[in-house]
Design a protein around this ligand. Sequence first.
Ligand SMILES: NC(=O)c1ccc[n+]([C@@H]2O[C@H](COP(=O)([O-])OP(=O)(O)OC[C@H]3O[C@@H](n4cnc5c(N)ncnc54)[C@H](O)[C@@H]3O)[C@@H](O)[C@H]2O)c1
Ligand SMILES: *[C@@H]1O[C@H](CO)[C@@H](O)[C@H](O)[C@H]1NC(C)=O
Ligand SMILES: *[C@@H]1O[C@H](CO)[C@@H](O)[C@H](O)[C@H]1NC(C)=O
Ligand SMILES: *[C@@H]1O[C@H](CO)[C@@H](O)[C@H](O)[C@H]1NC(C)=O
Length: 437
Amino acid sequence: MRFHFPLYSSSSFSLFSDFTFISSLPLIFSSSHFSPFISMAPAFEPLSPPHQEAEPQTATPHHADTVNNFGNDGQVVSKSKVTVVGSGNWGSVAAKLIASNTLKLNSFHDEVRMWVFEETLQTGEKLTDVINKTNENVKYLPGIKLGKNVIADPDLDNAVKDANMLVFVTPHQFMEGICKRLVGKVRGDVEAISLIKGMEVKMEGPCMISNLISEQLGINCSVLMGANIANEIAVEKFSEATVGYRDNREIVEQWVKLFSTPYFMVTPVQDVEGVELCGTLKNVVAIAAGFVDGLEMGNNTKAAIMRIGLREMRAFSKLLFSSVRDSTFFESCGVADVITTCLGGRNRKVAEAFARNGGKRSFDDLEAEMLQGQKLQGVSTAREVYEVLSHRGWLELFPLFATVHEICVGRLPPSAIVEYSEKKPRLSLLEDPACYQ
Ligand SMILES: NC(=O)c1ccc[n+]([C@@H]2O[C@H](COP(=O)([O-])OP(=O)(O)OC[C@H]3O[C@@H](n4cnc5c(N)ncnc54)[C@H](O)[C@@H]3O)[C@@H](O)[C@H]2O)c1
Ligand SMILES: *[C@@H]1O[C@H](CO)[C@@H](O)[C@H](O)[C@H]1NC(C)=O
Ligand SMILES: *[C@@H]1O[C@H](CO)[C@@H](O)[C@H](O)[C@H]1NC(C)=O
Ligand SMILES: *[C@@H]1O[C@H](CO)[C@@H](O)[C@H](O)[C@H]1NC(C)=O
């Protein structure tokens, strides 16, 4: 990759990252369609003079040393302290990315705390002790050094108490409990970001995880999603990610700085719901892709599943939140994450095994056997999406989402994944641009 795109090299990275940020923001703020392609273009044409495009306001980014605690009074306050809540496969990689940046950037404290759900390993040792001693998460990310400045902490309250930047990255089913425990325990000026894929369905309707965090803790929460299979980023293979934020450019700039490395390119998009729904819904598409693999149906079929899946993701997101932008689906969190998850992710893998077993072994069983403590999201998300669809009378509009759930619970055979079109869904609503207004 680096040979083709010289700007990815580490020596020129700071220019590149600043410039990506500066050049993409005005486009996003002007809500132009297909901003990803416009904002990406300069990356592939290094000769164009990027700064000319920037608005004067964004062309003078504030100095790193003065950006602290997000105070906008220009006063130098203390450096930002980051805590990562969660330490699974992706949580550990996120801690590694962040820890490499806090060492380099003045506006952050070097130390990164990582809350670890304590467990005792087969050797009899505590996981936190081993992480502290070896700088390695031997259970969820073996063989990768996290950085000496990552401190494992089994005490949730203690891990968050000094932080003003919280990175949430646990499997989604644990977040409600974690939020309850954190009420009143976090700093008043804390900002959060969620890397969590999944949602909770309540009586009132679907609740996204960032929203759960915001509401329970009374804090702002951005999201980071993308085509990010953790093990590939752990060995520093190039990838991209999308940060979805609500309205505060200063805060999103901090998040972009905290995560960006020469091999991890982060783009901000002003669409929290769109970015988060992409990250959540793509796991349902991945289950469908796994069925197709298990049934050995070939590459055309898989591509069709990805396309139909992406369309349903977009339609579902826009029906739930009218603010969701079409352009978000062309970012890393959209089409790119659908592709990588359908090719390589764990949801795909377990769904393939499910189909190969003719649906006779349950997902719980296969998850326990195949994932060594890692969690699947797609099956529970499919159930949650199905609840929303049936509750709102939208089942016919989303044949792929609905069929995935019915296969997962054994109501339909895996082969039904390519038969749903025969139900003649009322696709007109999905096609009709008016429903997106
Ligand atoms: N792994 C990836 O490639 C990847 C990539 C992008 C996003 N994500 C998302 O990141 C989130 C976290 O996934 P992960 O891969 O870091 O986790 P994981 O599935 O690898 O690990 C499970 C984690 O859950 C913890 N845990 C177990 N029981 C718990 C409990 N009762 N309370 C709290 N924690 C408990 C375990 O200690 C472990 O840290 C998920 O939403 C996932 O979708 C993962
Ligand atoms: C981890 O290391 C830090 C710093 O050395 C220490 O303060 C902390 O008690 C250690 N935690 C555990 C669980 O070993
Ligand atoms: C959330 O962010 C806004 C700026 O977008 C800020 O005014 C507000 O104080 C923040 N809320 C909290 C609880 O930090
Ligand atoms: C998809 O195409 C690749 C490359 O030709 C091939 O190796 C693979 O077997 C194909 N997959 C299926 C399921 O046919």
